[in-house]
Design a protein around this ligand. Structure first.
Ligand code: SF4
Length: 222
């Protein structure tokens, strides 16, 4: 068998294992919720989750400073997957912190999601993070204890090439900014395209020590 044929088989095995993980999560946690920022990972996970039988709620946090392309991707995903319910959260208050300021992510992202989760109290969340994305994510496990709920990360083993190959093969509605070098897409004021040799999240919060918005890292931030 040729090397490309073997590589294609490896990808199919990875896909099958991932579908099985999501099916396990759906059986174990029937009230499972998904969150997505409509990066490449997120769109791939939505497609896999729907294939695995997910018919629940997909939560998007609109910080009111996203790229227009991200909002259009969210809308494209909603059209492509009518099986799922898309919920958009927005920050509270008339005056929001300046983009990139110390408490910006807390007010625009963390608090809206925390409020939502406290009301909904899901037993588990499905997350699209992968180990290759950054040093801080290199130690991710498939299942994490987040205190009040469990986080299931079915894409931990996926590489960037695996994600791109799957997205192309399935003709997924990927955020067009991704193909322009925005390998991790957050809010417009604090995201830039990645340069050659940088890790995929290097374009987030340039010039700041921060590498995660607080939704998924730290002392059970969410
Ligand atoms: S990613 Fe940037 S602009 Fe968006 S909420 Fe966080 S600090 Fe604010």
């Amino acid at each position: 068998m040729s090397v490309p044929a073997l590589e294609a088989l490896e990808k199919r095995v990875l896909e099958a294992k991932t579908l099985e993980t999501i099916r396990w999560a759906l059986e174990t946690y029937p009230d499972l919720l998904m969150t997505s920022g409509f990066n490449l990972n997120g769109t791939v996970l939505v497609d896999l989750a729907v294939r695995a039988g997910f018919r629940g709620e997909l939560v998007f946090i609109d910080t009111l400073s996203h790229f227009p392309e991200t909002l259009r991707t969210r809308d494209d995903v909603a059209v492509r997957y009518p099986e799922i319910t898309l919920t958009t959260l927005t920050p509270e208050g008339d005056t929001l912190p300046a983009c990139g300021s110390a408490d910006c992510c807390t007010v625009r992202k963390v608090l809206p999601l925390r409020t939502f989760l406290e009301a909904r109290q899901p037993s588990a969340l499905l997350s699209a993070r992968s180990r290759f994305q950054s040093e801080t994510r290199a130690i991710l496990n498939t299942v994490e204890d987040a205190g009040d709920y469990v986080k299931v990360n079915p894409l931990v083993e996926w590489s960037q090439a695996d994600l791109e190959d799957y997205a192309k093969r399935r003709e997924l509605p990927v955020n067009p900014l991704y193909w322009q070098g925005f390998l991790s897409i957050g809010c417009a004021p604090t995201t830039r395209a990645v340069r050659g040799g940088e890790d995929v999240r290097a374009g987030r919060w340039e010039g700041q020590e921060k590498t995660e918005c607080g939704l998924w890292w730290g002392d059970k931030a969410i």
